[in-house]
Design a protein around this ligand. Structure first.
Ligand SMILES: [Zn+2]
Length: 498
């Protein structure tokens, strides 16, 4: 009797444990299993969110969008010929997706998997049926195995590798076993979302549907954050570079990372802070602010000719030439400048031809300094510079050569100039990197520094002391071993390595 009681108790406990184990294994995963909720867009420390209207959104990625009439998708297509294996040379893919797809194929190649071929990329809306397809976004690809029917993709060893590793390059299965399984059809969603969807074992629709609106999630320890917003209530992180993805449900999902941001902090520490007088010749103008309000007060005294009779400051040209050399290795297209230094008279002509909002009035254009240039490739017209293979690379790497994209998307209220993906301005690497990482215009960057306060910027493992001041007595001051930048009006920025 005693034995039986004990026996049943043991069996009972065992069954409970087994039941729990089975339940854990088969219960649906939730977003909270892989990400932590850290707050909502209107209540979170350190970061401010600002509301923008949907019409301002241009460079969007796609999560589960099926089709879209937005020109954005079409403007960012590039021909994939020569970059990844294709069934024919006409296949176009979104430029963001293509860069990562190339890496995925390099990975396959390293494993001697050489039989996978892309058989479909972007599809145009040539008839009614074609209009309702994932392939209209340019983010979708169908792959197959050479010499096989495309339907029996999955059985092959190479296909298994592709299916299991695509997420590491931003691609996920568009149709999983849950519904209408298509093991050959992949959607590029970017690496943040592909990792999330992979870890959750979700399909894209599940992922989008399971996100709480306006709730900010933190994913992994790499300081990656994401959240979903409604179209009539779009919040973006202020002064941080972000990516925005459209969905089938009309919502947007936004992600951003705080991992690699260059740090800037105000300091009240005592420094040996002797300012000495400086002669005018030694002023650095690379941060000069020229815009609708601030008239140009600088012209490089070292303007040189390049390309077809274009003119530019000599130092800026050296940086541009280094960037161009790298850019031209990427592709059989070439990078060139459509406009660089312009005299007051030339700017006047352009201004009179164009409407304001496109060109600055004479005396107020950066082109008059010799520090700015407009870029294009022979792949597409200048308006679509970002949507070219080289243009995408330049946009993401120009800061390493000291250039910023001067007229950013969504910042027209600050710059008074609409988004210009082609206009680059030289400001030196450290400043360019800070502005790139924080998605700042030059106006916003210079505003980070209050007058007569000391700041420290950590860049490239060095600390820089930064101090902004006004000159009222005509004596420009400098620190020991410092660089003095003229900014605007009688404002200067002095920077010294600590
Ligand atoms: Zn320009």
């Amino acid at each position: 009797m005693k034995f039986n009681k004990k026996f049943f108790l043991v069996v009972f406990v065992f069954l409970i444990i087994m039941g729990f184990v089975i339940f854990e294994k088969f219960k649906n995963r939730t977003i909270e299993d892989v990400a932590i909720i850290i707050g909502s867009v209107d209540n979170i420390e350190n970061i401010k969110f600002e509301k923008i209207s949907e019409s301002l959104i241009q460079d969007n990625y796609s999560l589960n969008t099926k089709y879209d009439t937005d020109d954005y998708f079409i403007n960012n297509l590039v021909n994939a010929y020569g970059k990844v294996p294709l069934i024919n040379s006409d296949i176009s893919i979104n430029v963001n997706a293509l860069y990562d797809l190339e890496d995925l194929f390099k990975d396959l190649n390293n494993h001697n998997y050489d039989n996978i071929i892309v058989r479909r990329g972007y599809l145009s809306c040539s008839n009614e049926n074609d209009c309702v397809t994932d392939h209209r976004t340019g983010y979708d690809i169908d792959v197959y195995i050479k010499d096989r029917e495309w339907e029996d993709f999955e059985g092959h060893k190479e296909a298994k590798y592709f299916i299991n590793n695509a997420y590491r390059y931003g691609f996920v299965l568009r149709y999983t076993k849950k519904d209408n399984y298509q093991p050959w059809h992949f959607r590029y969603v970017g690496k943040v979302f592909s990792y999330l969807i992979h870890e959750l074992e979700y399909d894209i629709d599940d992922f989008v549907n399971n996100l709480e609106v306006n709730t900010i999630y933190k994913f992994n320890d790499e300081e990656t954050y994401f959240y979903k917003v409604k179209t009539d209530n779009i919040y973006i992180p202020k002064n941080i570079k972000y990516e925005i993805s459209s969905t089938n449900s009309g919502e947007y999902v936004i992600s951003y990372s705080l991992k690699t941001l260059t740090k800037l902090s105000e300091t009240s520490d005592e420094f040996d802070f002797k300012l000495n007088k400086l002669s005018n010749e030694n002023i650095n103008y690379n941060l000069i602010l020229v815009n609708e309000d601030k008239e140009n007060k600088f012209l490089s005294d070292n303007i040189v000719i390049f390309e077809e009779n274009k003119k530019l400051d000599k130092t800026v040209l050296e940086s541009y030439s280094r960037m161009k050399e790298q850019a031209n290795k990427l592709d059989n297209h070439i990078l060139f400048s459509t406009s660089a230094y312009r005299s007051y008279e030339e700017q006047k002509e352009i201004f009179e031809e164009e409407n304001s909002g496109i060109a600055n009035k004479p005396g107020h254009s950066e082109h008059e300094t010799g520090l700015a240039l407009d870029l294009a490739t022979d792949e597409k017209k200048v308006t679509y510079f970002y949507g070219t293979y080289i243009g995408k690379w330049v946009t993401d790497n120009a800061h390493e050569y000291g250039f910023i994209l001067r007229y950013l998307d969504n910042k027209e209220n600050i710059t008074k100039i609409s988004y210009e993906p082609w206009h680059f301005r030289f400001v030196e690497e450290m400043h360019a990197t800070y502005m790139y990482e924080h998605y700042l215009t030059l106006e916003e960057y210079l505003n980070l520094f209050d007058l007569n306060k000391k700041y420290i910027m950590n860049y490239d493992n060095k600390n820089y002391l930064i101090y902004k001041y006004e000159v009222n007595d005509g004596n420009i001051l400098k620190l020991e071993n410092s660089v003095v930048y003229y900014l605007y009006d009688n404002c200067y920025l002095v920077i010294t390595e600590m």
